[in-house]
Every structure is written in C-alpha cells, then in structure tokens.
Ligand binder design. Structure first.
Ligand code: MG
Length: 258
C-alpha cells in the first residue's frame, strides 16, 4: 500500500495511491494513518492533479547513519567505522516532493545522497533486530543533502547536515516492501550519479534500528535514513536532483540559491 500526504489547495490530508483503469489515483482517508485506522473519505483525485507533500513530518527526529556502504566510505577517503556512525537531522530539515532545496549561504558544495528511509510505526526502545519489522510502517525515498565543505571543516555535522530543507522525502510511504536488495539511484539534471543496491549496506535496516533503539526512543513517524551508495556529487544551484528506489518511486527536488 502506498500512503501519500497531499493537498488540493485545502488542508493537507492523507490518501492511498492506487491505479484505476491505467491511471494513478489518490483515495482520501480520514485522520492520520500513524494513529488511526485507515478509512476512506470517499474523495478520489487523479494523482496528477494533487500536490504531494512530505509523506510524514517526524514528531521528533530523523536518525541517519554515515558510511553504511563500503564503496561510498572509500570514495570520500574514509573507512567503514567499527561502530555505526549515527547523526541527527532535525524535523525542520524535512520537505516533500518537488519542494526546493535552499542551499545555505555558507556552502558552495552541497552534495546529494540517495537513501532508503524507514518510517517508524510505534514507540521503539531496546528492540532486537527480529522485533524491528513490527515497528516499521514502511519506506520512502530520502535525500541526505550534505554541505560537503562544511562537513570537512567541523567534527560535528550541524552545518553540514541539519540545515533547513536538507532532508527531502517522498513521494509516498510504501508499506509492502522488502528492503534487503533494492536498486537505488540518483541523478543530477537527468545524468546518473549513484547506482547501487541496498544489498550493499554494511549494516542492514533491522540491525541499524535495533542499535539506534539502545540509544534513543524512536517515536511514531520518526525516520531512519540508512546511508548512501557510492557516486555522490555536488548538485549546483538551478539543477534538479532525483532519487529513485526500486518498488518505491522517484523523489525529485530543485536546488535553489537563496
Ligand atoms: Mg547520508
């Protein structure tokens, strides 16, 4: 099932994206699927006539992992760390499909990072890897935009990773997906940048979430970004970046200099 958040000009609402007679449609649902049973409102819109929004705004946080694909660690001159390298993005970094990424004034080198994002379904603390599937609502595409020059300049990655609009997600949450071997690609203005597979993660989804849950409590709607494959590159102002994950869809965002 594909859960989208969208607007037709009124207040945002949730819907289920399904094909009907060869056309993708959005079936409106009541409430918030993280907290309420999925019940149709009876409204139907062609997908092409709605504006998709970030499918979830995390209640508390986005937890990310660095260097979780060996070839990407190597391309930036890093080793795969012995301990998973976690960091946070604030929920104010999250934007949706088509939303502009506002390049921060202090960076001349903002890079794209295509990532599989996990949407947490229920409170998650001290779980085992085997328990993780019960805590996952679904998956979406994410772009962990990174001010590479700021990242080189400081040990903490606040300026590099946490700036407003640095975490586009979408186009929707896919609830029926096996995350273990999905093709993941990115492009800049249609030119291929990354072309990898989630099978190359050093630490798989369940292991990451179990380990994160030993540190913090994950809340419903929180996101876990699972690292990026090799091929990252700077996305200049005026370019359009796309992240595509097999079985999920494509997330597209323009890069804009404020
Ligand atoms: Mg990343």
């Amino acid at each position: 099932m594909r859960i989208a958040r969208f607007t037709t000009g009124e207040d945002p609402m949730y819907g289920i994206v399904q094909e009907k007679d060869g056309q993708d449609m959005v079936y409106g649902i009541t409430g918030d699927p993280l907290y309420t049973e999925i019940r149709p409102t009876g409204t139907i819109h062609p997908l092409s006539e709605v504006r998709l929004l970030a499918p979830v705004i995390p209640r508390s946080k986005v937890v990310c992992v660095g260097r979780n694909y060996a070839a990407h660690a190597a391309e930036l001159g890093n080793e795969v760390p012995e301990q998973a390298l976690f960091f946070l993005k604030p929920n104010t970094a999250v934007v949706g499909p088509g939303d502009p990424v506002m390049l921060p004034a202090y960076s001349q080198e903002v890079s794209l990072e295509a990532e599989l994002a996990v949407v947490i379904k229920r409170m998650t603390k001290d779980v085992t890897a085997a328990q993780v599937p019960d805590h996952v609502l679904g998956y979406t595409c994410a772009n962990d935009l990174t001010a590479r020059d700021a990242q080189r300049a400081e040990d903490q990655w606040f300026r590099a990773k946490a700036f407003d609009t640095s975490c586009p997600i979408g186009p929707w949450i896919e609830t029926d997906l096996d995350p273990s071997a999905l093709r993941i690609t990115s492009t800049v203005d249609g030119e291929i940048a990354q072309d990898g597979t989630t099978a190359d993660m050093v630490r798989p989804v369940a292991e990451l979430i179990a380990e994160i849950s030993t540190v913090v409590t994950l809340l419903p709607g929180d996101l876990v970004l699972t690292g990026t494959p090799a091929g990252v590159r700077t996305a200049p102002p005026g370019s359009v970046v796309e992240v595509t994950i097999e079985g999920l869809g494509t997330l597209s965002n323009p890069m804009v200099r404020r």
